[in-house]
Ligand binder design. Structure first.
Ligand SMILES: Cc1cc2nc3c(=O)[nH]c(=O)nc-3n(C[C@H](O)[C@H](O)[C@H](O)COP(=O)(O)OP(=O)(O)OC[C@H]3O[C@@H](n4cnc5c(N)ncnc54)[C@H](O)[C@@H]3O)c2cc1C
Length: 401
């Protein structure tokens, strides 16, 4: 259970957010929504979710802590509370996940004044959807192995190359893009850009199909794409260091509960509801001691994630800047996977009914969530890589060969 709020401003904001969300629940979507923003496929889903993000932004629940000059609401430390309340309310997700959790924090840290004023407002309102162009066919875990090139041509840059697994690329107006500007040095040869995508000459976006049957990510091809130097983020050769800012924000956001909790509790509540309605051999799953114990174990992990998120806000308890974002990303993605696996087990044979089957429990959520959960253990850097980084850089263990 949540600890009582100590600070008056925080308590008032929480009350406001909770009341606003209760009074402004959006109407049901015109078509089924996927589980996460990175599987949004249709323009109907997109328009509905963009309108919802805009409403949350206007209400001060998005961009809460961003300075007013860049389109935010100028508070300090209230975004976390807004995120918690958004999670708890069980309302639709915010579609511009890459803009909010990666592009905006990176631009805030590395951007010029002009870039902050130009790019951040559209990220927050959801009007301009962003995607991330980091992964390539030969550069995933080995991110610095970038081949997509950017070559200077007067005041412009010419981009050529091929990105892959680009979530939301099909709706994106902008991409955060890493490119190679020098072949002489692996890390210092990288430069970071904010690159126009939709309708931009030379850019081709092709959807890829996921194990869930959904699209959502894409391949993006660049053929002599021309962009001005004003779209370069930070100095030439600083791409790796800018990318690290993005990845730390991405992993921090991928922890989910790192926003402060809410999602974990909700996930456990959903399992309890499922168990209260699932019959097996004439017995309710909720009466089975093994199932009850398994759900209790999920509740314990949810609480651990929540406490770690609280710990992340106390500088004296954060000995290494990478420890908590990476640890939470790792634990949270496996928490989601284990929850979904348990949901499938509780639903039993009914879990074979997929999302379009009207007889499927919880509208087919559990098998879909289980298949989807593999993506979370890969995206934002695979869990094997997170374990390597935690072992080597945070715990100081010897490097793996
Ligand atoms: C749902 C989803 C959404 C994504 N969205 C985006 C996006 O929007 N933009 C984007 O740029 N990318 C995106 N990605 C790509 C993601 O970042 C990469 O898939 C990830 O970094 C792994 O790279 P890879 O797929 O090339 O696998 P590889 O790097 O080829 O790895 C293959 C396997 O080898 C293991 N491995 C590799 N090196 C090591 C090592 N040193 N030690 C131990 N094990 C190792 C990995 O853990 C993995 O199991 C997304 C991925 C998913 C699943």
């Amino acid at each position: 259970m949540s600890a009582p709020e100590t600070d008056r401003e925080h308590a008032d904001f929480r009350q406001y957010a909770r009341r606003w969300l209760a009074e402004n629940r959006p109407p049901p979507p015109p078509e089924r929504l996927p589980i996460t923003p990175i599987e949004v496929m249709t323009t109907g889903q997109r328009d509905y979710l963009q309108a919802w993000q805009r409403q949350c932004y206007d209400a001060g629940l998005v961009g809460t802590d961003v300075p007013v000059a860049y389109g935010g609401h100028g508070h300090n430390g209230l975004q976390r509370i807004a995120n918690q309340e958004l999670n708890r309310a069980g309302v639709p997700f915010l579609i511009n996940i890459i803009g909010l959790s990666m592009a905006a924090p990176t631009i805030l840290k590395h951007g010029t004044e002009e870039q902050k004023r130009q790019f951040i407002p559209g990220c927050l309102s959801g009007e301009e959807i962003w995607c991330q162009g980091f992964s390539e066919p030969g550069a995933g875990s080995d991110l610095a192995n970038q081949r997509t090139s950017a070559v200077r041509d007067g005041d412009d840059w010419i981009i050529n190359g091929h990105k892959v697994w680009t979530s939301l690329g099909h709706f994106a107006k902008w991409m955060i893009l890493i490119t190679r500007t020098s072949k002489d040095e692996k890390y210092q040869g990288l430069t970071y850009f904010l690159c126009p995508i939709a309708g931009h000459p030379g850019v081709t976006v092709r959807p890829l199909l996921k194990i869930t049957g959904e699209t959502g990510f894409n391949e993006v091809f660049f053929e002599d794409v021309r962009i001005p130097d004003s779209y370069r983020l930070d100095d030439v050769g600083m791409g790796w260091s800018v990318a690290m800012t993005t990845l730390l924000s991405e992993r921090g956001a991928a922890e989910g509960a790192g926003a402060g909790g809410g999602e974990g509790e909700k996930a456990v509540e959903n399992l309890i509801d499922l168990a209260r309605n699932a019959w097996r051999d004439g017995e309710l799953a909720a009466d089975d001691p093994v199932t009850r114990d398994a759900i209790m174990q999920r509740a314990i992990i949810a609480e651990g994630l929540r406490q770690n998120a609280r710990r992340a806000r106390v500088p004296a308890l954060c000995d290494h800047p990478m420890r908590l974002p990476l640890q939470q990303k790792l634990t949270h993605s496996e928490f989601q996977q284990d929850n979904a696996r348990l949901g499938v087990e509780i639903a039993g044979a009914h879990a074979s009914l997929y999302k379009l089957d009207p007889r499927a429990p919880d509208a087919g959520h559990w098998p879909l969530a289980y298949l989807n959960s593999y993506g979370n253990t890969i995206a934002a850097g695979t869990n094997e890589i997170q374990r390597n980084i935690l072992g080597e850089r945070v715990l100081g263990l010897p490097k793996s060969k």
